[in-house]
Design a protein around this ligand. Structure first.
Ligand code: HEM
Length: 517
């Protein structure tokens, strides 16, 4: 009778091991341990905070803010089975340390690089070290004042005109509401594709495969960050459904971009002199003529990665900022009134024909800048970001970081945290950005990281500011925009802070006699 005896021993051993694991990991993930010096939330045995994260996946950043508030802290550590554990912080001193003072010790996390690799490849967002430095140097050459005054401003103006003449006028005439969030995604897709590739995509007026695939991939990436098993489940679903798979979406992007690269190379070979003018503004040509990080001319793959990184960097972030800007001013009539006064003062009727004057006028609009800063403080387009430590480190608040730890900082939680912004942190008050002399104030280092900070600060900050303020100034000057009653605006958590069901807006002409911009 040896078998039952052996079976009993095996069963008892299994129970003993499981009991041991429950005792060892009573409120954190298997093989992880809470750290004595860092506040943490109690989770479930063996899985830690996995259930809470999963339950809150559709309101993830609001949940994280609640954790900060419940623990009454600016730094905590979470432990969830299957999700790389990280030290979350909104403490400005810690963020300044990670992003600037000890920049060399923190790189893009392996997990991030892996998830984004099929789309971002070896582009600026997904690299560190020498490759990143060289790409940054080449890209930054396009963001100079002359390009802003002429090329970028006129591209933005022409697309606002298309939006107004082809879409909003129609909405006014037929008393139809528009989804402003969707329109902005289309609008910025068109502006960025034109700036990056010199090509008119026209997604404002027609659905484009490129834009649809771009959106599908972005959503997939976010789900993989939040829920690591998503990749596996999605691969299984892809096998059984007839819908376009992520691989096919990536193929759509590749076909579009490689097609443009091929065309441009041919055109350049035939008549290089034709490119002299576009060279100043068209990023693709600029990179074609530069040396890649390998010291050789850029290959097609390197060009594809570089250009896609720029479109990804600029498109959703800018679109969502314009949508949150519109939402915020519609909700705050006094802010809108003050903003309109400034628009009337600076954006004169004929200024749209003179891009240099328009660009200069927007630089002078202090209140509009204050509104934008406040919109981004509460609705940061990049709500969360992270870096991985190459070596052990000590953060200014005394938190020990171990080699391989991820330090996560959430601009969304930081902007709404009373310990950082005071008791009125959650209120929309553009006035907080203007001092008693009427000048714009700068936040202390590490406190306002919506465009990141330090050597990897956003390259497109000025371009985004120009696009948001120019678009909203031109639209608000001409149209009265109001929320459709009953339409609820909710967050859609993605890599960028989106609106779940869009932003339904009613449009009326301010001056019924004026018909076109
Ligand atoms: C409101 C709009 C925008 C916001 C809130 C924003 C925010 C950010 C943030 C937080 C980062 C840091 C990402 C990281 O390193 O993990 C970043 C990087 C970057 N942004 Fe933006 N961005 C905006 C618009 C743009 C635009 C319009 C462009 C231009 C095409 C752009 C180009 C870049 C580039 C190239 C980087 C990478 C910089 C580097 O790693 O050295 N961004 N941006």
């Amino acid at each position: 009778m040896t078998t039952p005896h052996f079976g009993t021993i095996a069963a008892l051993s299994t129970i003993a091991v499981i009991t041991g694991l429950f005792i060892r990991y009573p409120d954190c993930a298997l093989f992880d341990q809470h750290r004595k010096d860092i506040p943490h939330i109690k989770g479930d045995p063996l899985i830690g905070n996995l259930m809470a994260v999963s339950k809150n996946k559709n309101r993830y950043f609001e949940y994280v803010l609640e954790v900060y508030e419940a623990l009454d802290t600016m730094t905590f550590r979470s432990s969830s089975l299957g999700i790389p554990s990280g030290i979350s912080t909104v403490d400005p001193k810690n963020i300044d340390h990670v992003c600037r003072a000890n920049f060399q010790n923190y790189v893009k996390s392996e997990n991030f690089r892996h998830i984004f690799h099929d789309v971002l490849g070896e582009g600026i967002f997904n690299t560190d070290g020498e490759s990143w430095r060289l790409q940054r140097k080449t890209s930054s050459q396009i963001f100079h004042v002359k390009n802003f005054q002429t090329a970028f401003t006129s591209i933005f103006v022409s697309h606002v005109q298309t939006l107004s003449n082809e879409i909003l006028e129609n909405a006014v005439n037929h008393h139809q509401a528009v989804d402003f969030h969707d329109l902005m995604l289309r609008f910025t897709m068109d502006t960025f594709v034109e700036i990056a590739f010199g090509v008119k995509l026209n997604s404002l007026l027609e659905d484009q495969d490129f834009a649809g695939s771009f959106d599908a991939i972005q959503q997939d990436h976010y789900r993989r960050i939040i829920f690591p098993l998503h990749g596996l489940i999605r691969n299984l679903q892809d096998t059984f459904t007839s819908q376009k798979t992520i691989k096919q979406h990536i193929q759509t992007l590749d076909d579009f971009i490689y097609g443009i690269i091929k065309e441009r190379r041919l055109k350049h070979e035939k008549s290089p002199e034709m490119d002299t003018e576009t060279y100043k503004t068209d990023l693709l040509l600029r990179f074609m003529k530069a040396k890649s990080p390998s010291g050789e001319p850029y290959s097609d793959k390197e060009l594809r990665d570089t250009m896609l990184n720029l479109v990804i960097a600029g498109r959703d972030t800018s679109a969502q900022t314009i949508a949150w800007f519109c939402y915020s001013v519609m909700n705050h009539p006094q802010v809108q009134e003050k903003l309109l006064e400034e628009i009337e003062q600076f954006i004169t009727d004929d200024i749209e024909q003179d891009t240099v004057a328009l660009y200069e006028a927007i630089q002078k609009m202090k209140y509009a800048h204050a509104v934008l800063y406040e919109v981004l403080r509460l609705y940061p387009s990049v709500p969360s970001n992270r870096r991985q430590a190459l070596n052990d480190d000590l953060l200014p608040d005394g938190t020990h970081v171990k080699k391989g730890d991820e330090v996560i900082f959430q601009p969304f939680c930081q902007g709404r945290h009373e310990k950082v912004w005071g008791p009125d942190a959650k209120q929309f008050k553009p006035e907080r950005w203007i001092n008693s002399e009427g000048n714009l104030v700068r936040a202390e280092s590490g406190k306002y990281i919506v465009f990141h900070m330090g050597p990897r600060i956003c390259l497109g900050q000025n371009m985004a500011t120009l696009e948001v303020l120019l678009t909203m100034s031109m639209l608000l000057k001409k149209y009265k925009l109001t929320r459709v009653p009953g339409h609820r605006v909710e967050f859609l958590n993605q890599v960028t802070l989106s609106m779940k069901d869009g932003l339904q807006v009613n449009v009326e002409r301010r001056n019924p006699v004026l018909q076109t911009i």
